[in-house]
Every structure is written in C-alpha cells, then in structure tokens.
Design a protein around this ligand. Structure first.
Ligand code: SF4
Length: 182
C-alpha cells in the first residue's frame, strides 16, 4: 500500500502539476507566498466558505484540509480558480477521497468547483483512479528523496507558476562570467 499519512493534498496537487515544483516546496523553498495567483485562489476558497450552505464545513483530518465537506452525503468540494491544471486538481481530490476511505469513510465522492467558470466536475475513486493515484504516490515518494530537483522541462503553464523565476530567470552573462572574457 502506498504511504499516504505523511502526504498533504497540496503536495499531491503540486507533484501532479510538476514534480520539480513539488521537490522545491518539499525542501522548504516556497514561492507560493509571493504569487498573486495563489493569493487569489485562497481568497476564492475563503469566499466560497463564507457563502456555503449550512451543512457544508471545512475539515482537517491528519494532514489533509478539505475546502468544503458535506458529512451527510459524503461529498467533498474542492474550490479552484481555473481548470488550467484540471488533471492535477483531480489527483488532489482523488487523494482526499482515498484518505477518507483509509480512515473508514468509504464511498465519498467529490466535486471540483470552478466558481468563476461556472463549472463543477464530479470526481470518483474508481478502481482505475485508485491505481492511478497509488502510482502517483509512489513516484512522489521517490522524488521526495532525490538529492537533486527533477530536470527542467518547459510546460504550458510555467509562466503562471509561482516558481517561474526560480526555474527560468538566469543572471545575464557578465564580461567576467563570459567564456569570451580574457
Ligand atoms: S516553472 Fe515550470 S518547470 Fe518550474 S516548477 Fe513551475 S511548472 Fe515546474
């Protein structure tokens, strides 16, 4: 069984989006506090919580923190800004469902909610989705223990990533660092 108790939902989402981003964050190199997009996402979740139906609540169990949970219908809601990273969001939500299952709350379902896009996507922990998640958790544990970050690989969303400067901004060559300098 893949280890899950030491992993957070944020880590799963981050790893699914980009293993390099996960590696940095796991080593304490956190760029999210400086990202306007991340701050905006947090604000959106807080707003959704403020206007939630009464039966919905925020829950924290172990290392997972769920945006909104309906205990009666066993529904987990994960609020996101934009579906740009939909597959990573899906893995994060699958992880919450898996975590709940392991703690004795099986058959929970989830919704990814994109309020600004008026979009709501159902996510279920089917046998194949569970296998997919377990493979991802195993890969995550391997990358966690790597001494170096995974190699740079340009992605379509790099420019919007909080780690963009760290990955892609290079110091310009000075006369002293240039190979052509005497
Ligand atoms: S900038 Fe691109 S390569 Fe670097 S961490 Fe972000 S997504 Fe990954």
């Amino acid at each position: 069984m893949a280890s899950f108790a030491s992993v957070t939902g944020h880590e799963v989402g981050s790893f699914a989006a980009c293993p390099r981003q996960f590696w940095f964050s796991n080593r304490g190199i956190r760029m999210e506090p400086f990202s306007e997009l991340v701050a905006d996402g947090k604000l959106l979740s807080e707003k959704a919580y403020a206007y939630r139906a009464k039966r919905l609540r925020q829950i924290q169990i172990g290392r997972i923190k769920v945006d909104l949970y309906d205990p009666k219908r066993r529904l987990v809601y994960e609020i996101k800004r934009a579906p740009r990273l939909l597959s990573a969001h899906r893995m994060q939500l699958l992880f919450y469902l898996y975590y709940l299952e392991k703690l004795g709350f099986p058959d929970a379902k989830g919704y990814l909610v994109y309020p600004r896009h008026r979009k709501k996507i159902l996510v279920e922990l089917t046998p194949s989705a569970r296998e997919e998640l377990i493979r991802l958790l195993e890969a995550l544990q391997q990358v966690r223990h790597q001494p170096k970050p995974p190699p740079l690989q340009r992605k379509s969303f790099c420019r919007k990533c909080a780690y963009y400067d760290l990955c892609w901004i290079r110091e310009p060559l000075t006369p002293h660092s240039s190979k052509e300098s005497p």
